[in-house]
Design a protein around this ligand. Sequence first.
Ligand SMILES: NC(=O)c1ccc[n+]([C@@H]2O[C@H](COP(=O)([O-])OP(=O)(O)OC[C@H]3O[C@@H](n4cnc5c(N)ncnc54)[C@H](O)[C@@H]3O)[C@@H](O)[C@H]2O)c1
Length: 256
Amino acid sequence: MGRMQGKRAIITGGARGIGAAAARRFVAEGARVMLVDVLEAPLAALAAELGEANAAYVAADVADEAQTQRYVAETVARFGGVDAVLLNAGIEGAVMPTIDYPTETFDRVMAVNVRGVWLGLKYAMRAMAGSGGSIVVTSSTAGIRSLPNISAYTASKHAVIGLMRSAALEGAANNIRVNTVNPSPVDTAMMAAMEDKVGVPADQRAALPLAQGTPLKRYGTVEEIAALMLFLASDEASFCTGGVYMADGGVSAGRV
Ligand SMILES: NC(=O)c1ccc[n+]([C@@H]2O[C@H](COP(=O)([O-])OP(=O)(O)OC[C@H]3O[C@@H](n4cnc5c(N)ncnc54)[C@H](O)[C@@H]3O)[C@@H](O)[C@H]2O)c1
């Protein structure tokens, strides 16, 4: 039997990258998934790949309250409830010093990465109140430390650890577990976009300090992050709540 047999999951940021890898893994382990993203074409393609019996999608902006209510309500209507939620949608924002950082970019990063998670917690926890479940929030190594020039992203990924801790305490009475997964660096469109913003040629990415500064000397794969999400979403993690789970090749341990 699959590790997510019979589970009904929502995955935000599910169109590509880590979210799409998690969707593929969850379905392989027996879950049905509702994919949520702003990118409708890749959402539809992934839902078709996973099969109508296993996957559906809602095109929604996680920063918007009405759209958040809609993606949770559509999941309940389609699957009859929600057992697991990955609040994973996120944006990187600008890569520049705070003194030059556009204020509107700061506001948008906080809207998607923090308000979006808070809204997801608010409506998912309501939907799970009677039955319990597991919520996994995607933070980052930038949730516990920083690098220069990513102030808004760093603030947002620190903030979601606070939201997770509050939600874990509030959800415990209803057996709703809430944890963060903290990856980096993972080879996705977001990482490529960040490197583009600092002018790294695509063919030199693997040689970058970001990959080479990782004790394991490489980027992580989306499947490696999805594996930790799977554990936390499944009943195997039944005593895990309120935790910060690194999947970062050793970055948070220090330098080699
Ligand atoms: N790649 C890394 O190294 C890394 C490291 C640490 C944390 N993360 C986090 O992992 C998560 C997934 O990122 P990824 O690396 O797979 O990148 P990605 O860009 O491939 O995936 C992010 C997804 O979120 C979606 N999204 C963005 N804004 C949205 C919005 N307002 N509403 C709905 N969907 C929205 C995007 O369309 C995209 O499909 C993010 O929260 C990111 O911050 C990534």
